[in-house]
Design a protein around this ligand. Structure first.
Ligand code: TYM
Length: 332
């Protein structure tokens, strides 16, 4: 049995990107491995969330985890900030993370470009905190979307550097979990952008009512239609096909692929209608469960409490070992 770990930032509701990039794999994995799934609330602090919203968002994501089918009997579900051991290991690992490599991270460069007034130290060392999350449970596999690949590679670098520096074989080299290449998926945005992301306003959320889903998909960016037979698709159309491949039956995808290849015009309306229908079919039962769970504060508290105990037990063992390896000795 392998150890599997993954997390999601509570910066809003879960969208289809989170669902296909992370949740689908979490569900498969909890059946066969020792799993830790957590809510990365410290990571969300880089954008200074409104204190009144932080807890609401954490509760929301936890309800969404459960509504998607994560089972606290099978996996350890916890909230990052309830596990203080992570903060200490983060401090220790930061001593072995260098400015050059952190500045080169794609996500750092993107965020710094988008928001030049808020290039804070937490943003710079974001990959170290993420590596800490993974290494504190010595995870073998990390099921994430393709957007997190570089963070995984950095985690391996930090782990290998620590092992080398202290002459130990302590940390394992974690890998992104992939069933097949197609599982390392990136769901694009509805606005023609390459990635569906919470901060970009191009998302379909699991909690969206059917009317909203229809409206969003109806207004998704398209072009004027194919310009001939078997032409390459422009990005905005390829994006709709990527979502279609994730939510629809293969024969539905084939039908629209054939239409595209034929060079025929005027079927985007039908494509969008079908896409909305299939998204709604997927999200409706999940949405109903989210709405039931999120108001059950007693149930949520019980889950966080038992998850915290399990996560801290494991994390404190790693921290004790790391302290020892680095030369800390108790005075008592
Ligand atoms: P976050 O909160 O941005 O996203 C959570 C998960 O959803 C996946 N994802 C996507 N997958 C495919 N297409 C998309 N458009 C898309 N958008 C998001 C992400 O790959 C991720 O799996 N840094 C992480 C959170 C984190 C973490 C960790 C993950 C913190 N510590 C340790 C794994 C292990 C993040 O910002 O994910």
């Amino acid at each position: 049995m392998k150890t599997v770990l993954s997390g999601i930032r509570p910066t809003g509701n879960l969208h289809l990107g989170n669902y296909f990039g992370a949740m689908v794999n979490f569900l498969k994995m909890q059946e066969i491995h020792r799993c830790f799934f957590f809510i990365a609330d410290w990571h969300s602090l880089t954008t200074h969330p409104d204190p009144k919203m932080l807890h609401v968002n954490v509760t929301g994501v936890l309800s969404e985890y459960l509504a998607c089918g994560l089972d606290p009997q099978k996996a350890t579900l916890y909230v990052q900030s309830e596990v203080p051991e992570i903060a200490e290991l983060y401090l220790l690992l930061n001593m072995h993370a260098y400015l050059g490599e952190l500045e080169k991270t794609v996500s750092f460069k993107e965020k710094a470009r988008q928001n030049p007034q808020n290039i804070n130290a937490g943003l710079l060392t974001y990959p170290v905190l993420m590596a800490t999350d993974i290494l504190i449970h010595n995870a073998d596999f990390v099921p994430v979307g393709k957007d997190q690949e570089q963070h995984l590679e950095m985690t391996r670098n930090f782990a290998a550097r620590f092992n080398y520096k202290y002459g130990v074989e302590y940390f394992k080299m974690p890998t992104a979990y992939i069933y097949g290449e197609k599982d390392l998926i990136k769901i694009p945005g509805l606005d023609g952008s390459r990635k569906m992301g919470k901060s970009d306003g191009n998302c379909i959320y699991l909690i969206d009512e059917p009317k909203i889903v229809e409206k969003k998909i109806k207004s998704a960016l398209t072009d004027n239609g194919p310009t001939g037979e078997n032409t390459p698709k422009p990005e905005c159309i390829e994006n709709l096909f990527t979502i279609l491949r994730a939510v629809s039956e293969p024969e539905v995808v084939k039908h629209y692929e054939t239409l595209w290849d034929s060079g025929e015009q005027r079927w985007y309306g039908s494509l969008k209608k079908q896409l909305a229908e299939d998204v709604i079919k997927l999200t409706t039962p999940i949405r109903e469960r989210i709405n039931n769970i999120k108001n059950d504060t007693k149930y949520l508290a019980e889950i966080v409490e038992s998850g915290t105990v399990k996560a801290r037990t494991n994390a404190s063992k790693t921290l004790k070992d790391v302290r020892e390896i680095m030369g800390f000795k108790s005075f008592s």
